[in-house]
Design a protein around this ligand. Structure first.
Ligand code: MEV
Length: 423
């Protein structure tokens, strides 16, 4: 019998769960119990979460950790991170401490422009379209006046509207290419509302609007974060060799896309964690970051490294369209707490913090990769996960962690050690 259902969203939460359990599980009672186990006792708080999306049946926990010891532009701060990967917060904290005694992180916003497009088809003469566009331009702005009023009071709004001819790429295809400043909001709703109002004003018998939507490619909403110190200050047995190898690792990621993707994934471990903790849109950030990494026609590293005159310099340049007002940042109590923890940054400051988290994460990964190898640290955290899965108590954990201090962690070796200990 088909499980395709109509009117599902109208079901109560209980009904949805019962339907799911009956149609997709054999152990129905167990499933229902697990789902309900994650409901919040505070019904108002649960309702808040239920209402974020449609068909909510429960909550999905992710660890919320904090990385202390960050010094960014001279300010000490603790960064909240939501991530499931065991070594990410540990790595961020270690690196934050490392750089805190070497001048800290310096971060600055390069630009904050965002982009939206009205995509349309037009078959007539291009010169007629240009004339129509020039005559319409003031009306396009007028059409958005009600939407832009508040944004303009905050110093934002529409910066520019251009007519773009894309007919070389696709017959009859043109765009209105619009640039926005959205200040402390990510601005997706604002931009999309403006674009739709413009599209309505712009359409006529020969202008066929296809769609109006913001772009998540924001190469001009750019932030830079950097660390630097004398090579000797990098510490370790042989700081010069370390610096050189580190630089080589970054250069490999600049020329080798297979490596660049993993390199950038490590950066996004740091950035996405903060994006999630602050209630921002990690899919938008991911899409924009990777598009930027490919801006020169080849996918490359988002970080760069240079050693000149005995100075080691490592930096990131990345587009980050984020908000500190509106959206989930205002609605989700934990997103609000994250922002409060960081002394309520504005969007520019949050861009700087996120870029710093990405740079720190990449430093940690490359330091591990070019020295002890990545598995050393990963496996320590992995060991804890395996022990938790096995249901080890604190005493058993301590004992097995000691046993594996100088041993390679593998799932089977840990299971064996645990079984031996139990027996
Ligand atoms: C793992 O999540 C991230 C790394 O693979 C990043 C890297 O290789 O640079 C360790």
């Amino acid at each position: 019998m088909s499980k395709v259902i109509s009117g599902f969203s109208k079901f109560s939460k209980e009904e949805k769960i019962t339907w799911l359990a009956a149609n997709y599980f054999s152990n129905q009672q167990e499933i229902i119990k697990t789902l309900k186990q994650y409901w919040n006792e505070d019904s108002a708080l649960q309702q808040l979460h239920d209402d974020f999306i449609e068909n909510t049946i429960t909550n999905f926990y992710m660890p919320y950790g904090i990385a202390p010891n960050f010094v960014i532009n001279g300010k000490e701060m603790v960064i909240p991170m939501v991530v499931e990967e065991s070594s990410v917060v540990a790595a961020a904290s270690l690196v934050a401490k490392f750089w805190s005694t070497r001048g800290g992180f310096k971060a600055s916003v390069v630009s904050t422009k965002k982009i939206g497009q009205v995509h349309f088809m037009y078959q007539g003469k291009k010169s007629d379209l240009s004339t129509y566009f020039e005559a319409k331009k003031p009306k396009l702005l007028e059409a958005t006046a009600a939407i832009t009023k508040n944004m303009e009071k905050r110093g934002g709004g529409i910066l520019d509207i251009q007519l773009v001819d894309k007919t070389d790429d696709l017959s009859n295809y043109y765009q209105l290419f619009v640039t926005f400043e959205t200040k402390d909001s990510m601005g997706a709703n604002f931009i999309n509302s403006c674009l739709e109002a413009m599209a309505n004003e712009f359409r006529n018998e020969s202008v066929e609007i296809v769609m109006s939507i913001l772009s998540n490619y924001v190469p001009e909403c750019l932030v830079r974060a950097e660390v630097s110190c004398k090579v000797e200050e990098l510490g370790g047995d042989n700081p010069r060799r370390f610096a050189k190898k580190f630089e080589q690792a970054v250069k490999i990621a600049a020329v080798e896309p297979y490596r660049a993707v993993t390199h950038n994934k490590g950066i996004m471990n740091g950035i996405d964690s903060v994006v999630l903790a602050t209630g921002n849109d990690f899919r938008a950030i991911e899409a924009g970051a990777h598009a930027y990494a490919a801006k020169d026609g080849k996918y490359k590293s988002l970080t760069h490294c240079e050693i000149t005159n005995g100075i080691f310099k490592f930096w990131i340049e990345i587009p980050l369209a984020v908000g500190t007002v509106g959206g989930l940042t205002a609605l989700h109590p934990m997103a609000k707490l994250s922002l409060d923890m960081m002394n309520r940054p504005n969007a520019r400051e949050l861009m700087e913090i996120m870029a710093t988290a990405g740079l720190a994460q990449n430093f940690a990964a490359l330091r591990a990769l070019t020295t002890k190898g990545i598995q050393h640290g990963h496996m320590k955290m992995h060991l804890m996960n395996i022990l938790n899965q096995l249901g080890a108590n604190e005493q058993q954990k301590d004992c097995i962690v000691k046993q594996f201090e100088n041993k390679t962690v593998s799932h089977s070796a840990v299971v064996e050690a645990f079984n031996q200990l139990k027996n």
